[in-house]
Design a protein around this ligand. Structure first.
Ligand code: GLN
Length: 475
């Protein structure tokens, strides 16, 4: 796929009234929200534009190197690059190599962990695996004080997940169970399996064997665990293949509390997803996890194939795939895309503190100037202007400064042509009037009744303000 596709039919479809009511009967709510412009990302075309721009810009970045520990990964075309997004309402867009398959590698660890939680509950699972970041590389030979893997998002912990999933089934059924779960999360299209990746993983797996034997020596596994079968199962899970479109839908299923947005299939409970997202937030990017939590502030999981799955809870899932990795084993372009998205949208978990609400103050910091993807086109602009007029009528200069830092135009008018300057003049707020004039707003805007701020000041008897406004109007 060389260019973007918003996955809309190429030709408009003409339906009869009966056909229309037949195809819409199961999706009334969704169709109604779509018609009202109230889907998860109401201004989806704006997001599409941004993803196209980001893809174009980040494509030039050729830093990093593909994983070379097995020839099957070393041979992939390093320049491939896909971004795919799916919202919790099933709005989808993909750009780049979004229909090329890649193996999940460590991204598989998320679903393996969810499956252990669904089957055994968190208390039992966490008797065998911790939930602290290790601060070490993904395959480091290290355990916590209790002799357990640090968390399920690194190799040792994911080997433990594989030991816990459907212990009573034979190998083929255990694998089918995991592959089927990925298929359900990804919207119902079958996932693949890369047998040569699996075979090479298995034959170059000294470190993973070492992790397995060390855990066995420490008594970390449940009694009766077949270590070799467990390791084989782990290599198979790493070798499951998806494309970026499928991974985005799977990420959207997590964003949607475990329910696939395309099929409404409730794959995981919300509780399971909550636990998984918590650990993705703290441990999802190996020894870059703390830095990622700081700068991006969203749950994510990477794999050495160059896959990166990003979850924006209750909003959307994003998959980025590009094989060149940095020193920690994370996709260079994957992380760059996340950075740029968080630069333009207020989706970092704690952007809610910096962009809105009292106390944000002047120079609202990291959240300032970002857009909210949850808002309708124009909605943020309208809310900004209403907020500005309200703040001006109250003389709330702090709020006005904050709105200015969020790019709300100080000279904007409401539907009656009233501006912040009219309102501040009418209410006699001298500091606000001075601030607005010094910020360079038009000193004599005319409202719908032909009135200027000077008229407002005169009518209310604010003589000092009237003088100020008359002077400004003469300049
Ligand atoms: N198959 C790889 C391994 O076990 C997966 C690791 C990864 O994606 N970080 O070493």
């Amino acid at each position: 796929m060389g260019s973007g596709s918003a996955q809309l039919p190429a030709q408009p479809l003409l339906l009869t009234a009966e056909e229309f009511s037949a195809v819409t009967q199961f999706n009334r709510g969704l169709i109604e929200r779509a018609a009202r412009g109230e889907l998860a990302v109401p201004d989806f075309p704006a997001l599409v534009d941004d993803l196209q721009r980001i893809h174009q810009e980040v494509r030039a970045d050729r830093r990093g190197a593909v994983a070379a520990y097995i020839p099957q990964l070393a041979r992939v075309d390093a320049d491939q690059f896909a971004i795919s997004v799916c919202t919790v309402d099933g709005q989808r867009f993909s750009i780049g190599d979004a229909d090329v398959n890649f193996c999940l590698q460590s991204v598989s660890k998320t679903v393996s962990y969810c499956l252990t939680l669904e089957e055994h509950g968190p208390d039992t699972v966490h008797r065998h695996v911790g939930r602290e970041p290790s601060g070490q590389g993904f395959n480091e030979l290290t355990f916590n004080k209790a002799g357990l893997p640090h968390n399920p998002m690194i190799n040792a912990g994911a080997i433990m997940s594989c030991a816990l999933i459907r212990r009573g089934l034979d190998a083929a059924d255990r694998f089918d169970y995991v592959a089927e779960t990925w298929k359900r999360l990804a919207g119902g299209r079958s996932v693949g399996f890369n047998n040569s990746v699996y075979l090479s993983e298995r034959s170059t797996a000294d470190r993973n064997f070492a992790l397995g034997y060390s855990m066995r020596e420490r008594g970390a596994f449940p009694p009766g665990t077949d270590l070799l079968a467990t390791l084989e199962f782990y290599f198979q899970c790493c070798s499951i293949e998806v494309d970026a479109q499928q991974l985005a839908v799977a990420a959207a299923s997590l964003a949607n509390a475990g329910v696939c947005p395309l099929t409404e299939d409730p794959v995981f409970s919300a509780r399971t997803v909550r636990h998984c997202l918590s650990l993705m937030s703290s441990c999802g990017l190996y020894d870059f996890s703390g830095e990622f939590a700081f700068t991006i502030g969203l749950p994510a999981k990477s794999g050495v194939s160059g896959a990166l799955m990003l979850v924006v809870p209750q909003l959307m899932g994003i998959a980025i795939w590009s094989p060149r990795l940095d020193a920690q084993g994370n996709s260079v372009r994957g992380i760059e895309v996340c950075r740029r998205l968080v630069d333009c949208y207020n989706i970092h978990t704690y952007d809610l503190l910096t962009g809105l609400g009292p106390g944000a103050g002047a120079g609202a910091g990291a959240g300032a100037g970002k857009r909210d993807p949850r808002l309708k086109r124009q909605q943020s602009a309208i809310e900004g202007i209403v907020g500005l007029c309200f703040a001006a009528s109250q003389g709330d200069l702090n709020e006005i400064r904050r709105l200015a830092a969020c790019n709300v135009p100080l000279g904007a008018t409401d539907y009656d042509g009233r501006t912040a300057l009219h309102l501040a003049a009418a209410e006699g707020h001298r500091e606000t009037v001075e601030f607005l004039l010094s910020a360079g707003v038009d000193p004599k805007p005319v409202d719908r009744w032909g009135g200027t701020p000077l008229d407002d000041a005169n009518r209310a008897g604010h003589r000092h303000l009237a003088r100020l406004l008359a002077d400004a109007a003469r300049l």
